[in-house]
Design a protein around this ligand. Structure first.
Ligand code: ZN
Length: 234
């Protein structure tokens, strides 16, 4: 029998949930997942591949993780698998020479990535891991931010649901039937459904890092702040 290869383990504290997560680097089988997704060129395939890799390498349930924690974990896994330096090509508008391309090659350092907690801009009241969306003076919903958006909006909301409360009475998600939930959502007043929409679109804390680049033609140096994982990998 061939020897079993030891894969190192690392750990990190997720910036939003505060949970300590153990993870390992990705190996050939996961690199292939990413490679095939990149070949397809579809943004959704790449996102699916990243989710699968995060799940494989950390055991974290990606349907149950805050988007910022998700990005953080992916960057950490990427750093231990390949390098903390990520090379990127990004568009620029103001290079001096006419013959300059409209993009430059640059890099960022995963070890210098920071999380901006835009708490002041957050219009929603937080409770535990989630946020409160009031329906009226007594009734409200407790939802968490999620990464995975279903094609069906009801399903997406259901995935984000922690509980529904009525005064002191709390109905945890486990006690809420999906069809009953759809009925509940269908009966919401318009301002509340607008709030829900706003909540789902609200980005919240984001990951930020500095990207350094240089034009290959004229040598002009660029330096910019970038937010969010998609800008880096898709
Ligand atoms: Zn240039």
């Amino acid at each position: 029998m061939l020897p079993k290869i030891n894969i190192p383990k690392y750990s990190t504290t997720l910036p939003i949930s505060g949970k300590v997560i153990e993870y390992r680097p990705y190996i050939v089988k996961e690199q292939n997942i990413l490679k095939y997704a990149a070949q397809s060129g579809e943004e959704s395939d790449i996102e699916d591949a990243i989710k699968q890799i995060i799940g494989n390498c950390s055991g974290v349930d990606v349907s149950d993780i805050h988007p910022t924690d998700f990005e953080w974990l992916f960057l950490k896994i990427h750093a231990c698998s390949e390098s903390n330096i990520v090379e990127v090509i990004y568009p620029v508008e103001d290079c001096a020479e006419l013959q300059c391309p409209s993009y430059v090659s640059g890099y960022f350092d995963i070890n210098e990535v920071t999380v901006i907690k835009q708490d002041k801009a957050n219009p929603f009241k937080s409770r535990g891991n989630g946020f409160i969306i009031p329906v009226d003076d007594n009734i409200g919903m407790h939802l968490k931010k999620i990464v995975v958006f279903d094609e069906n909006d009801y399903q997406t909301l259901y995935n984000a649901l922690i509980s529904i409360y009525d005064g002191d009475k709390i109905f945890p998600k486990s006690s809420i039937d999906y069809n009953e939930f759809i009925d509940f959502i269908d009966n919401l007043p318009k301002p509340v459904s607008e709030q829900l929409k706003q909540f789902m679109e609200y980005v919240g804390p984001t990951i930020q890092c500095n990207v350094n680049g240089k034009c290959d033609v004229c040598g002009k140096v660029f330096y910019q702040q970038v937010e969010g994982l998609k800008d880096f990998f898709v």
